[in-house]
Design a protein around this ligand. Structure first.
Ligand code: ADP
Ligand code: ZN
Length: 544
């Protein structure tokens, strides 16, 4: 390769084989390692499962280009101990110091003595609070034995991210205290704004930047609208396309997981639930049955991430919509990268979108009262992105998802591996701004006359339906009655959904007798933009 003449190359290849027992590098791993060993700051953006740890573990065990201890800052205790154990199995000299460490005297002794460990895994809280650690760092720095700071899950330092960690803030002083020590930052979730923010906070300079593509060719994206009860849609999908195959169904809450798993079992499928509130024994039992194919389907919350290390997953269904697009993408990437390279089997991701999507935004808005206003705003923003993704029936799913991560993707390379690309019929555009105006004025009319009207009823009025409910309330006399009779049902439904989504109309919930919630329509905060024509409403549809 072009790197063969690099002075570090020989040792790198040797350690790759001898220590890590691997044959070759994945995209950007070698480039990252070389840049690090040349003493540069490095930023690595790689999807989950892409192989980030090798990027700093390998330089740490090399003797050239890496003198002293590599300090790895990582936020998750379980992740740290997994990695440390894996390194110990490879006979790498490594120490771990976090809140679960009982005897830190021993660690200090090792860091002060000889030979020093190759790596020290440490929690950000220890860097922040431990004076003893700070003085050890000072000593190591003086003798030139701080090889590198590695900031894993670097997005935690950015307040733009949803995983912001207070203790990560202290890392912004590493550069000032130890100016000559190179820094490596790694993350799987950061868009361009966050990358810039992280670089600024860590004060990275002349930084080498590597980004692995987030595209996974073996994922096929499908979005379906809920047709009947979601559980029926799920079962139809499984029995018609994936009978007896292995899959995951994601739900948002523990109760939902248990309920859905039960419903699937009733229909003769081998399914079990998995969520964070189960005991470890219960979890292990499910994982074991899953690994050995005694159950086919796990109905889980996102807590089910570590256990999906299973090569024959064929489908991932989102029974409830994910809360954010980056959440969706990292979840799927994790599953998709477990495949052996070259394996072409497809994993299908099916999102089932129900009308409740509108309520999901409302939930993000009203729910979680403890969340700060900024946090709530972020949640709302993220929920909206998911909505946009679901409602967009024309752009390639890959283009949309990857764009979110600042990655440009050529639609032609999708090769019909998403629902929007595989429709043979071209989508047509239709400007429904006038119809939208009429709907908004209809909803305003109902409010002005203090009538509580559901979305279904309102749509029926606009369609010009001739029903008793409409005649009894004289809604067939309204000027907007039958204003949309020239539109087919599908387009009408899309129009109402779009208006809800744009917040031109809002569904508000009113609790009735017996705890029932009813949803009534009222004009939303953006109603005026529609009525005065500032905001146009353009829908895509497939000609029949
Ligand atoms: P990340 O931290 O990016 O989520 P990991 O570093 O945990 O990913 O690596 C994910 C998996 O990929 C691990 O099982 C690791 O052993 C494997 N892996 C990493 N690099 C390579 C490589 N060059 N060749 C084969 N397997 C690799
Ligand atoms: Zn596509």
């Amino acid at each position: 390769t072009i790197f063969a003449s690099n002075p570090y190359y020989a040792e790198i290849m040797l350690k790759l084989k001898r220590v890590f027992r691997l044959e070759s590098f994945r995209q950007h791993q070698l480039e990252t390692i070389l840049a690090a060993m040349e003493g540069r700051d490095v930023f690595v953006l790689m999807p989950t499962g892409g192989g980030k740890s090798l990027c700093y573990q390998l330089p740490a065990v090399c003797t050239e280009g890496s003198k002293g201890v590599t300090v790895v800052v990582s936020p998750l205790l379980s992740l740290m101990s997994n990695q440390v154990n894996a390194l110990k199995e490879k006979n790498v000299d490594v120490l771990l110091w976090n809140s679960e460490t009982l005897d830190h005297g021993l660690i200090m002794q090792r860091l002060r003595g000889h030979p020093k460990p190759r790596l020290l895994y440490v929690s950000p809280e220890k860097i922040k609070d431990s004076g003893a650690l700070a003085s050890i760092f000072d000593d190591l720095y003086r003798t030139g034995e701080l090889a590198r700071f590695v900031v894993d899950e670097a997005h935690c330092i950015s307040t733009w991210g949803h995983d912001f960690r207070e203790a990560y803030q202290c890392l912004d002083s590493l550069r000032d205290k130890y100016p000559s020590v190179p820094i490596m930052a790694l993350t799987a979730t950061a868009n361009q704004v966050m990358v810039d923010d992280i670089m600024k906070r860590l004060k990275l300079r002349d930084c080498a930047f590597f980004k692995q593509s987030f595209n996974r060719a073996n994922l096929k994206y499908l979005i379906r609208e809920k047709k009947s009860k979601i559980i029926d849609d799920v079962c139809t999908f499984i029995t018609s396309k994936h009978r007896g195959e292995t899959g995951i169904i994601y739900c948002l809450g523990r109760d939902k997981c248990e309920k859905v798993a039960g419903q699937l079992r009733q229909r003769g499928m081998k399914a079990k639930h998995f969520h964070a509130q189960m005991s470890s024994a219960e979890k292990e039992q499910v994982l074991d049955e899953w690994q050995t194919d005694r159950i086919h389907i796990v109905v889980a919350t996102v807590a089910f991430g570590m256990g999906i290390d299973k090569p024959n997953v064929r489908f991932v269904i989102h029974h409830d919509l994910p809360k954010s697009l980056d959440g969706l993408l990292s979840e799927l990437n994790l599953i998709a990268t477990i495949r052996k390279p070259g394996e072409r089997d497809v994993i299908k991701n099916l999102l089932i979108v129900s009308y409740v999507i509108v309520k999901m935004i409302n939930n993000a808005r009203n729910g979680e009262e403890l969340a700060s206003p900024q946090a709530r705003k972020r949640q709302e923003e993220q929920a909206k992105r998911v909505m946009e993704y679901c409602l967009n029936v024309s752009d390639c799913r890959r283009v949309q998802l990857l764009q979110f991560f600042g990655e440009k993707f050529d639609r032609r390379h999708c090769r019909q591996f998403c629902d929007n690309c595989s429709h043979s019929v071209e989508m047509l555009e239709r400007d429904l701004s006038n119809e939208a105006k009429a709907v908004v004025s209809l909803v305003q009319q109902f409010l002005a006359t203090k009538q509580q009207v559901t979305l279904d009823h309102c749509r029926a009025v606009f369609r010009g339906a001739d029903t008793a409910a409409i005649r009894d309330r004289n809604h067939n006399r309204l000027p907007q009655y039958a204003g949309g009779k020239h539109l087919d049902n599908e387009l009408l439904e899309q129009l109402f959904k779009r208006l809800c989504f744009m917040e031109a109309i809002d569904e508000v919930s009113i609790q009735g007798n017996g705890g029932w919630h009813n949803y009534y329509l009222q004009p939303g905060p953006k109603a005026l933009d529609i009525s005065n024509g500032r905001q146009r409403v353009v829908l895509f549809y497939r000609p029949k």
